[in-house]
Design a protein around this ligand. Structure first.
Ligand SMILES: CC(C)(COP(=O)(O)OP(=O)(O)OC[C@H]1O[C@@H](n2cnc3c(N)ncnc32)[C@H](O)[C@@H]1OP(=O)(O)O)[C@@H](O)C(=O)NCCC(=O)NCCS
Length: 126
C-alpha cells in the first residue's frame, strides 16, 4: 500500500529515515518535519510504503506550485530491486500530474541516478 503519511506512521518512518540518513541523523528535526506534514503543510509531502503491516520505505518531497522535488526516497535493503520505487513514482504521477519532477541525489549514487532519470526526473546532484 502506498499512501500519504498518517500520524500513526511517525515511529516507523523515523526509524527508516535514520537508516537512510545514517550518522548525523537528527531525530528531533525529522520529528518536526514529520509533524509539519501531518499538520497539512502545503510545502512538504510524505509518502509511506507498507505491505502486510510492515513499513518498506518512504519518500519525502518539497512541493511548490510547479515542482515536486524529491529529497529522500528510501526502500529498505531487503525490499530493494523489487520495483517498489516505480510504484512510488506512479503514486506521485497520479497525485501531482502537472508538477515538474525533480530529485536531489547525493553524489556517487548511480542506482538513484538511473532510477530517477528513467522516470523523467531532473536530477540535482548535491
Ligand atoms: C534507489 C532506490 C530508492 C531504488 O528503489 P527500488 O525499489 O530498489 O528500485 P527498483 O527495484 O526499480 O530498482 C531500480 C534499479 O536499480 C537497481 N537496484 C536497486 N537497488 C539496488 C541495490 N541495492 N544494489 C544494486 N542495484 C540496485 C535495480 O536492479 C534496478 O535496475 P534495473 O532498472 O536495471 O532493473 C533504493 O535502491 C534505495 O532506497 N536506495 C537507498 C537510498 C537512496 O539511494 N535513495 C535515492 C536518493 S534520495
Amino acid at each position: 500500500m502506498i499512501r500519504f503519511f498518517e500520524a500513526e506512521d511517525k515511529i516507523e518512518i523515523t526509524k527508516l529515515a535514520a537508516d537512510f540518513t545514517g550518522e548525523g541523523f537528527d531525530g528531533e528535526e525529522f520529528g518536526l518535519l514529520f509533524d509539519e506534514i501531518i499538520d497539512g503543510s502545503p510545502d512538504e509531502c510524505g509518502i509511506a510504503v507498507l505491505h502486510a503491516g510492515e513499513y518498506l520505505g518512504y519518500c519525502l518531497a518539497h512541493v511548490t506550485r510547479e515542482e515536486f522535488i524529491i529529497h529522500q526516497l528510501y526502500i529498505k535493503p531487503a525490499f530493494q530491486k523489487l520495483k517498489v520505487a516505480p510504484q512510488v513514482f506512479d503514486f506521485i504521477e497520479e497525485h501531482f500530474p502537472e508538477h515538474k519532477r525533480q530529485a536531489l541525489v547525493p553524489k556517487r549514487n548511480e542506482i538513484a541516478l538511473g532510477v530517477f532519470s528513467k522516470r523523467g526526473y531532473d536530477i540535482i546532484i548535491l
